[in-house]
Design a protein. Structure first.
Ligand SMILES: [Zn+2]
Length: 480
């Protein structure tokens, strides 16, 4: 109880400290949900109306907030970032006039660098015996239709956001967000620890001890440590200098050189720690912003499920993982896959991509998380928190908050070629599995959300299946 009061106080202090900070989820729930759709008939459609613009969704509002805040922290090196931004905008608009000119200038000084860049972006072969004009011209023709590799996209993302994100991570707001997240994580870890100790299949061959050790020592947050920030500042220093000295006119930084230099600087061992997560706007600062609320149902429903899902990946690991944890895996996955597939069918999802063997680990992590986070919320806050939105109860708020963070465009909602099921499928499958959802919204047994429940899938706790998933290889006997 003591831990909680301190936590709540600090959250309150946070919200007051940032006057222009709003509780994004609260505003969304007050203004956007579609009351014409019955939550018991299609919860996703109820929370995420069909005519909702992408710019109005919670993830987009969080990004907008982050970008506004991050801009305040841009240093004098912002000029370099702005210039890179112009080039990257060309990539989105698929016209490459500026890049072609830059490529031509670089080529005059260092042809192999130009050839290398053109090949990386277009994934076509360029030949050294061509003239620089020919190389640049061909690049200009091929680039608009090129599909960028994951690596190329990563480099572009760091070039575009990296400098700003480093500045932001030094801000007071970022430090507060880190603090909030750390506190939540510590409280939630206790719940995980307790639940794991009650789970028979986890106790098999001291699995519980193994997990507890994992939670204690190996699962870390995506926090940006001072060393990581310093290491990244060095990267950007080097980047700026080297990209300025590779064109005939060495006062203007070159995008081509910056791209190639960043690629070199961040190759394998040269990476400043393994914290590329810091450049993923999806997992870091943006979601931390969800901690800026003093309402526990929204904190647990929104932010809690983000971190819960990530934590459950360690718990619900798949056969593809190299980790030893997989040998403790329960066979509840069949039940989970069956549920997601049935929900997909019921709600018209793209069932080649949702509720399949490919999405199994994500689906299982989702279900493990929503149960575990709810049970922690129920124990600590459900009965002593008053709702601050008229027409929404405290229990409903938890489910609303979770679903509100998932609204997206229709393609992503129904499922695309990804390890995740579509968001609509994820939300509705999880709700049908939660008896607490049925109770909170008083759904009839024959309502669509409840009808689509296949069977109850228990992953942890005393009623979880005790058999383990079958593996072709036996677990190593050492270190377990
Ligand atoms: Zn995941």
């Amino acid at each position: 109880m003591f831990g909680f009061s301190v936590f709540l106080l600090s959250l309150l202090a946070t919200t007051t400290a940032c006057n222009d900070t709003e509780d994004v989820v609260k505003t969304f729930l007050q203004t956007k949900i579609d009351r014409n759709v019955d939550p018991c008939s299609d919860f996703y459609a109820h929370v995420c109306p069909v005519n909702l613009l992408i710019a109005e969704t919670v993830p987009s509002l969080l990004s907008q907030f982050y970008i506004r805040e991050a801009k305040k922290f841009q240093s004098e090196r912002g000029e370099f970032t702005e210039l890179m931004q112009e080039y990257i905008d060309e990539f989105s608009s698929r016209s490459f006039r500026k890049t072609v000119n830059d490529l031509l200038e670089v080529c005059d000084v260092d042809k192999s660098k130009a050839v290398d860049f053109a090949s990386t972006i277009t994934q076509e072969s360029f030949y050294m015996n061509k003239t620089c004009e020919e190389i640049s011209y061909e690049f200009g023709i091929l680039a608009p239709n090129a599909t960028l590799t994951y690596e190329a996209r990563r480099i572009l993302k760091v070039l575009k956001n990296g400098r700003r994100e480093i500045e932001f991570s030094k801000s007071e707001l970022a430090q507060l967000l880190n603090k909030n997240e750390k506190k939540f994580f510590e409280i939630f870890k206790d719940e995980v620890r307790n639940t794991f100790s009650e789970t028979p299949w986890l106790n098999y061959r001291n699995g519980t001890d193994f997990y507890l050790d994992f939670l204690k020592n190996r699962l870390s947050l995506l926090e940006k440590s001072q060393e990581v920030i310093r290491a990244w500042e060095m990267v950007f220093e080097k980047l700026k200098v080297s990209s300025q000295h590779c064109k005939p006119n060495n006062t203007i930084p070159s995008f081509v050189c910056a791209f190639k230099e960043l690629e070199n600087l961040t190759k394998d061992g040269a990476r400043p720690a393994s914290e590329f997560g810091m450049f993923g706007l999806d997992l870091n600062a943006v979601n931390y912003i969800l901690t800026l609320t003093d309402n526990m149902a929204r904190l647990y429903g929104g932010y809690g499920n983000v971190i819960g899902h990530e934590m459950m990946h360690t718990f619900y690991s798949s056969a593809g993982d190299t980790d030893l944890l997989k040998y403790y895996f329960t066979n509840s996955s069949q039940c989970v896959t069956k549920q997601f597939a049935a929900t997909c069918k019921e709600f018209g999802g793209n069932c080649i991509f949702s509720g399949t063997a490919t999405t199994e680990e994500e689906d299982g992590s989702d279900l493990a998380a929503i149960r575990l986070v709810y049970s922690d919320f129920e124990k600590r806050h459900l009965h002593n928190e008053k709702s601050d939105i008229e027409g929404i109860t405290t229990a409903q708020m938890y489910f609303y908050s979770f679903a509100s963070t998932t609204c997206t465009d229709i393609v992503e909602a129904l499922g695309m070629d990804d390890v995740h099921s579509g968001w609509k499928i994820r939300v509705n499958a999880l709700m049908s599995q939660m008896d607490e959802f049925k109770e909170a919204f008083q759904c009839a047994g024959d309502s669509r959300m409840i009808r689509s429940k296949v069977e109850h899938c228990s992953i942890f706790g005393s009623d979880a299946p005790q058999t383990r998933k079958h593996f072709n290889s036996a677990p190593p006997t050492e270190n377990i």
